[in-house]
Design a protein around this ligand. Structure first.
Ligand SMILES: O=P(O)(O)OC[C@H]1O[C@H](O[C@H]2O[C@H](CO)[C@@H](O)[C@H](O)[C@H]2O)[C@H](O)[C@@H](O)[C@@H]1O
Length: 258
């Protein structure tokens, strides 16, 4: 059964006649707008019933080769998926928990000056939210979309005096994150380790931060596939319509395995 629609813009990308193989593939999943639908605030996402059980069973069926790769801190992912503790890369790869539970934290720049610079803006506009992470700072404007340009400009100006950060435009958010951290490197690091090593990486994600992940999994060395959720330009060679479609596809994959 074909589970993903090939991207309309990319042709001649055969999937070796299969889409997902529990014995041969490693599955990497973004969190927001991939597994769960967007919500007005980061803490208000709602996990659909059965998602945790589906992930747990998938992980078991794949001999552990399933990980979450998110812009969120690892602790938040654990909180939402509790009691499940999956291998996770958080804050775009700045922190990572391997399948054996080992933690890796990249050295990250100090966000203190950025915080001081940007806090007045959030006091001025009630619809804005600053999300503080280890070595990253996200300025959310989902509840005040008309402030997008002001937010982007404020973040750019704050970053002009800083070293070691890169500016990331996400969905209704502009973020300063550690320049050294990216999802491609995080997936590459998982793929060096058991139980991921030797498998074909599949990465499902929706946002700009996921593009480096798609590029890495689709590299010649990795030989994998990127699957973009939703519309918009992407390097990913396959598409899936929505988080609901991702959840239903994961459930189908599981059903087929039994
Ligand atoms: O890499 P991801 O797992 O997709 O995380 C990306 C960012 O997700 C969160 O923000 C986004 O989702 C929120 C909840 O739906 C929404 O309110 C916000 O507008 C979105 O940008 C999270 O808060 C960020 O830290 C992540 O970087």
């Amino acid at each position: 059964m074909e589970l993903f629609r090939r991207s309309a813009t990319i042709h001649n990308m055969p999937l070796q006649n299969r889409d997902y193989d529990f014995a041969a593939d490693a599955l990497f999943l973004d969190f927001d707008n991939t597994l769960v639908d967007f919500a007005p605030l980061p803490e208000s996402v709602v996990l659909p019933p059965d998602l945790i059980t589906t992930l747990q069973r998938l992980q078991h069926a794949a001999n552990g080769a399933l990980a979450i790769v998110s812009g969120r801190p690892l602790k938040q992912i654990d909180h939402f998926l509790s009691p499940l503790r999956l291998p996770v890369a958080g804050v775009h790869g700045a922190e990572r928990r391997s399948a054996d539970g080992r933690m890796t934290q990249l050295a990250v720049p100090d966000i203190e000056r950025l915080l001081v610079c940007l806090q007045p803006l959030t006091l001025q506009h009630a619809g804005l939210l600053l999300e503080v992470k280890r070595g990253a700072l996200a300025l959310h404007y989902r509840r005040a979309p008309h402030l997008e340009q002001i937010c982007v400009q404020a973040m750019s100006e704050a970053l002009a005096h800083e070293q070691g950060f890169s500016l990331l435009r996400g969905n209704m958010v502009v973020e300063a994150k550690a320049a050294d951290a990216d999802k491609g490197k995080a997936i590459a690091a998982f793929m060096e380790e058991a139980p991921f090593a030797g498998r074909r990486p599949l990465f499902i994600g929706d946002d700009i931060t996921d593009e480096v992940g798609f590029a890495w999994v689709q590299s010649e060395t990795a030989g994998g596939l990127g699957i973009k959720v939703g519309l918009g330009p992407s390097l990913a060679r396959a598409r899936i319509a929505s988080p609901a479609a991702v959840r239903s596809m994961l459930a189908q994959v599981l059903e087929r395995s039994q």
